[in-house]
Design a protein around this ligand. Structure first.
Ligand code: PEP
Ligand code: MN
Length: 336
């Protein structure tokens, strides 16, 4: 056999491979419909692991890492297909334009504060305005945010500047009564394991066709993080954005870092799933002077976007003043 013949045989195998992947996808779509009709769980992590193990055992001459990666991609592909929303909101267009930049103050403080930062951010092309309104504070006596009033101020400022609002909720009810003012619902690090909340928010946002931004629990492993995302996906909403925001390690004992920026996890997440992955340099470092270099590193590592705390007068921020940067400083981030 000459080289051309070898190539032709390989081309034939490649065609068969892709054709099999396509057949697999169609079959899994039909199976998913059957499962839904029978009220069965759509995905089964134990079965997925068993499938991978079986193939690793059976094909000893194929690199087990390749088998594992291949199946993770196949499973992710059918999950993605299943959850793919046919009626994508206009927001989805912006989510697809990388990098996704979400910026704004830690907390909505007043109408003038949020209007000023929205205006400055939209002037540099930021489309997503974040602002805390229901704040998860460590101490019950710390400022908890402006609640319902804050959500309205955030939405008004965002609308005025042609932006989309992003805010965290701690209870499903907070979203339910403010849904018209929230474009992207944030589930914070401290709530990542509130599985009831993930389920109810998944359902509510699926109906409303909204995106959910899920932050990694600061003590969660990557798999725990992905499984938390599965709660939302399985509740019917495929519009999930994963956000890495730093993890707690021994580094905090004697460094100025608020958390340890989990930058390498970008690589891991991008390999294991195909939801957008963004990075939060603000909470992960807690330090304004590190925001730009960490943001650039995150983008270099393949992050799909950034979530950054930004304030017109960082030192006057009511919450998290040490990590806020001005809109002008944001311009030092590559590809912005
Ligand atoms: C936030 O983004 O406002 C926030 C509180 O972040 P985290 O949940 O990551 O601590
Ligand atoms: Mn904050």
């Amino acid at each position: 056999m000459d080289i051309a013949e070898y190539r032709q045989k390989i081309d034939t195998i490649d065609d068969e491979l892709v054709s099999l992947i396509s057949q697999r996808k169609h079959l899994s779509e039909v199976l998913i419909q059957h499962k839904l009709q029978s009220n069965m769980p759509v995905f089964d992590a134990a079965r997925e692991d068993a499938i991978i193990d079986r193939h690793i055992q059976h094909y000893a001459d194929v690199n087990p890492v390749l088998i594992e990666k291949l199946f993770h991609l196949l499973f992710a592909n059918s999950k993605r297909q299943h959850y793919k929303n046919e009626h994508l909101s206009p927001i989805a267009d912006y989510i697809n334009r990388k990098p996704i930049i979400i910026a704004g103050p830690c907390v909505v403080e007043s109408d003038t504060q949020i209007d000023a930062i929205a205006t400055a951010l939209s002037a540099i092309g930021v489309k997503f305005l974040r602002g805390g309104t229901f704040k998860p504070r460590t101490s019950p006596t710390s400022f908890q945010g402006l609640g319902d009033e804050g959500v309205k101020l955030l939405a008004t400022a965002a609308k005025k500047c042609n932006m989309y609002s992003v805010t965290e909720i701690l209870e499903a009810e907070q979203y339910a009564r403010n849904s018209e003012y929230i474009d992207i619902v944030q589930i914070g690090s401290r709530s990542m394991t509130s599985y009831g909340l993930l389920k109810s928010i998944g359902k509510l946002t699926a109906t409303d066709n909204k995106f959910v931004l899920l932050k990694r629990g600061f003590s969660a492993t990557i798999n725990e993080f992905l499984l938390a995302a599965d709660y939302i996906l399985q509740s019917g909403n495929s519009n999930v954005i994963l956000c890495l925001r730093g993890i707690r390690t021994f580094e905090q004992i004697d460094s100025s870092l608020r958390f340890t920026p989990d930058l390498a996890s970008i690589l891991e997440l991008k390999e294991k799933n195909n939801l957008p992955v963004i990075f939060d340099p603000s909470h992960s470092s807690g330090n304004a002077k590190y925001i730009v270099p960490i943001s650039n590193a995150a983008l270099q590592l393949g992050a799909d976007g950034l979530l950054i705390e930004s304030h017109c007068n960082p030192l006057n921020s009511l919450v998290d003043a040490s990590q806020a940067i001005t809109p002008n400083e944001l311009l030092h981030i590559i590809n912005l």
